[in-house]
Write a protein that binds this ligand. Structure first.
Ligand code: COA
Length: 332
């Protein structure tokens, strides 16, 4: 049996630290409200004059390659998860391929929001298992800050979303590896967390830049209550699905890395599942919610802190826009 394993993991976050105090100075919010409801203390925003989704992804990739003792030339396929690509099209996968100096390898873009990294991991896992590719780069990278409404009107999303990138290198292995992945969606809730434009299903005159008077449809819209309610249910379901499919119980989880949506969601899951503090990794306090990048950034930091080692049973779980939700069970 051929499995895939993660040979290296890396991340990159932009330099600029945005504190709750700073946000409080430009909109009606405050540190106490943000910390109590989201757990976030600070987050990182790009400098749009130098950072791009693709170049942050390249920096994360180089860290992952170095930790895997590999070089760019070893990569034979890219799966890139982002909902904030540098261009409307083409996707960021080809831009990363160019940035890494790789000639003609395939690059696939995945648009599954906060579940994007696990969807990407699952796709890469299938390609490795079939023998189609040997070294796949799986990336999650986002620039959310430039689409955020930085006024009081946008405060429910401005305090949450932020920028960053994470990367994993997958290679074949004769022992597990990625044990299983589980992918779900429910499009009935698509508009509960979305950015409407530049949507294609608009009359032509509404899509021409000189006609656009109302730019609010270009900003993130989130029904926070609905997202919260569905998230806690789906996170638990999909973690339990991963446990059941591997004949495991919660005691077998050495480390759970939930998508860093909101610390309150992670704490709720931890409590309901009866997991100890040592079994759950969170870094949302420092980075906010970086959508598809949050899981690989957290994996990279947890690995560097020695919390993920050979033999660790690592469970990843995510929920987000779509709604989509997903999990992965990995033996490191
Ligand atoms: N600072 C201060 N007040 C804020 C605020 C902010 N940043 N954002 C919203 N408020 C206000 C609201 O305007 C509202 O005021 P009102 O009662 O006068 O109308 C009040 O706080 C309560 O708003 P509500 O949206 O009901 O708060 P909440 O308790 O649901 O918390 C979230 C809001 C966004 C923190 C919460 O819904 C949440 O975390 N949802 C999940 C979001 C998430 O995880 N998204 C990522 C998914 S991948």
């Amino acid at each position: 049996m051929r499995y895939s394993r993660i040979a290296g993991i890396g991340h990159h976050v932009p330099e600029t630290v945005i504190t709750n105090e700073y946000l409080s100075s430009i909109m009606e919010t405050n540190d106490e409200w943000i910390v109590e409801r989201t757990g976030i203390k600070e987050r990182r925003y790009v400098d749009p004059t130098k950072d791009t989704v693709a170049n942050m992804a390249a920096k994360a990739t180089r860290m992952a390659l170095q930790r895997a003792n590999l070089t760019e030339k070893d990569i034979d396929f890219i799966v890139f998860a982002t909902i904030t690509p540098d261009y409307f099209f083409p996707g960021s996968g080809v831009l990363l391929q160019r940035e890494l100096g790789l000639e003609s390898i395939g690059a696939l873009d995945i648009r599954n929001a906060c579940s994007g990294f696990i969807y990407a991991l699952s796709v890469a896992d299938q390609f490795i298992k079939t023998g189609m590719y040997k070294t796949i780069l799986v990336v999650g990278a986002e620039i959310q800050s430039t689409a955020i409404d930085m006024t009081t009107r946008g405060r429910n999303t401005a305090v949450i979303f932020a920028d960053g990138a994470g990367a994993a290198i997958l290679q074949p292995s004769d022992k597990p590896g990625i044990l299983s992945t589980h992918l779900h969606s429910d499009g009935r809730f698509a508009e509960e967390l979305y950015v409407r434009d530049p949507g294609s299903s608009r009359p032509r005159e509404e899509r021409q830049p000189e006609q656009i008077l109302d730019t609010t449809t270009y900003k993130v819209v989130m029904n926070g209550n609905q997202v919260f309610k569905h998230a806690v249910v789906r996170f638990m379901e999909v973690i339990n699905e991963a446990l059941a499919s591997n004949n495991m119980t919660r005691e077998n989880i050495d480390l759970l890395i939930p998508h860093q949506a909101n610390l309150r969601i992670s704490q709720y899951i931890q409590e309901k599942m009866g997991l100890s503090d040592a079994q759950v990794y969170n870094n949302i306090m420092r980075y906010g919610n970086t959508t598809a990048a949050s899981i690989p950034i957290a994996m990279s930091e947890a690995w560097a802190e020695g919390k993920i080692k050979e033999g660790t049973n690592l469970c990843l779980a995510a929920f987000g826009s779509g709604f989509t939700w997903a999990s992965a069970m990995i033996r490191w």
